[in-house]
Write a new protein. Structure first.
Length: 459
């Protein structure tokens, strides 16, 4: 019975030794594949964090577990060729404990089993640095993948990114024009297609310099065309207003200029890239400015009112100042032309240079009457400039002064030397004289004719 216990103790020690050797071989062969798998796992974790909302978690975890199992199996198969059996472990034990092959002989029944010992040694020890470095490095890589700051790239539940301000402004102008129906639909469809092409670019490139510059160019071209169309509509409306209400007292030159202005505005509206709506364009095309009498005043007033409303809507859609804030500034010469000195034809001068009593307008002109011209014939008269008067300028900013600029005027007194002066020696008179006397002294050899001329000059 004691012999059986001794045999089982030695066999258990041999089995433990064999298991220890086999684990060492397996961990050694697994170290390099484990490090590579840890690196790939770290990359997978960072990718999962970046694509958090759309990342396929279940398939990825299943694939990762399968890869780890395959790596472990390959490492076990490679290490299996070096595995230690129980008999080999008995040999290692008797060699390390110097038992002189007693364990091997007892195993084959040649000799009895040696007395069991409490502690056995196979003569080896664990190389902890070599054993722990690969797992710790793998754990470090995986921890780093979790700790690095990475924001999710795609979030279906998040609000879409806000478009650049210039594109929003352009789209708002297009929507406003389409809502008011003041611009031809073909132009709006064309420019909206261009905006759509810009919007279809990757969202990461929306705020790039090239994308912003392309949007700015498109927006500036759109606003310029809208401004030109609005100005042409206003010019055409003012020309119709002048021809309708002031044609009787208008000179032929002024009438011809108004007709040309209307024709040019209509031609620009027809040929421009941006055109008004087809209804307004057709109404203007059917009008003959020379035959305005064929239309009733109500029809003309309604047409002009429509044109003014269309122009105001264009102005509002283009982000321009609303009517009354500088409307017509710079190029609206028609109002000034029709308002020079009052209504044309009012008043006739009964005396030269005068208008009739109670009349504010210019005279008709004639031999025995006023000149027939209104004050400010080239436009509204401005304030008098006060030409010829001297006015002092005061500048408090001395940062831009130049040498020679007058900075300040002050009242002062001469510094008179009041020190006493004693007797001084007189010297020869050094004054050469003046006038003719000076000439005779500095130029004694003049020609007689020259002397005569100088004498006459200095009398």
């Amino acid at each position: 019975m004691a012999g059986e216990n001794t045999e089982s103790n030695w066999l258990r020690m041999a089995k433990t030794t064999a298991r220890r050797f086999n684990w060492a071989w397996f961990l050694d062969k697994l170290s390099l594949p484990l490090l590579i798998a840890g690196l790939l796992g770290a990359c997978l974790i960072m990718l999962a964090r970046r694509e958090w909302t759309i990342f396929p978690w279940a398939p990825s975890l299943a694939i990762a577990a399968g890869v780890l199992a395959i790596v472990a199996l390959i490492a076990w198969l490679i290490a299996r060729r070096h595995f230690t059996t129980q008999d080999t472990a008995l040999v290692r034990l008797e060699a390390a404990m110097k038992l002189n092959n007693s364990l091997t002989a007892a195993r084959h029944g040649i000799a009895p089993w040696p007395k069991a010992v409490t502690e056995s040694s196979d003569g080896t020890s664990w190389n902890w640095p070599r054993l722990l470095v690969p797992p710790l490095a793998t754990l470090f890589l995986l921890s780093l993948a979790f700790l690095l700051p990475i924001s999710a790239k795609n979030d279906p539940n998040a609000a879409p990114p806000e478009e650049p301000a210039n594109r929003q402004s352009l789209q708002a102008s297009i929507d406003e024009l389409r809502k008011n129906e003041v611009i031809d639909e073909e132009y709006l469809d064309e420019i909206e297609e261009k905006v759509k092409e810009l919007r279809e670019q990757p969202k990461e490139e929306w705020f790039d310099h090239s994308a912003l510059e392309a949007t700015d160019s498109l927006k500036e071209a759109h606003e310029q065309q809208l401004k030109e169309l609005e100005r042409d509509v206003r010019k055409a409306e003012r020309a119709l207003n002048a021809l309708q209400n002031h044609s009787q007292g208008m000179t032929p030159e002024t009438r011809e200029r108004l007709l040309d202005e209307f024709d040019q505005s209509l031609e620009k509206m027809n040929n421009g890239a941006m055109k008004p709506n087809k209804e307004l364009l057709k109404q203007l095309g059917d009008i003959d400015p020379n035959q305005l009498g064929n239309l009733t005043p109500e029809q003309l007033d309604q047409l002009r009112q429509n044109m003014r409303e269309q122009a105001q809507k264009m102005q509002g859609a283009g982000g321009q100042p609303q009517p009354g804030e500088g409307e017509g500034e710079g190029d609206e010469w028609l109002d000034e032309l029709m308002q020079e000195g009052g209504q044309p034809g009012q008043g006739q001068g009964n005396e030269p240079g005068q208008n009739g009593p109670g009349q504010n307008g210019p005279g008709q002109g004639g031999i025995n009457r006023g000149p027939g011209t209104a004050p400010g014939v080239l436009g509204q008269e401005g304030e008098e400039l006060g030409i010829g008067g001297l006015e002092g300028l005061e500048s408090r900013d001395l940062s831009n002064t130049l040498p020679g600029d007058l900075l300040e005027l002050q009242d002062g007194e001469h510094n008179v030397d009041k020190s006493k002066v004693g007797v001084r020696e007189g010297g020869a008179v050094e004054d050469l004289g003046e006038g003719g006397e000076l000439i005779w002294k500095i130029a004694p050899d003049l020609h007689p004719n020259e002397k005569k001329a100088l004498r006459e000059f200095f009398k």
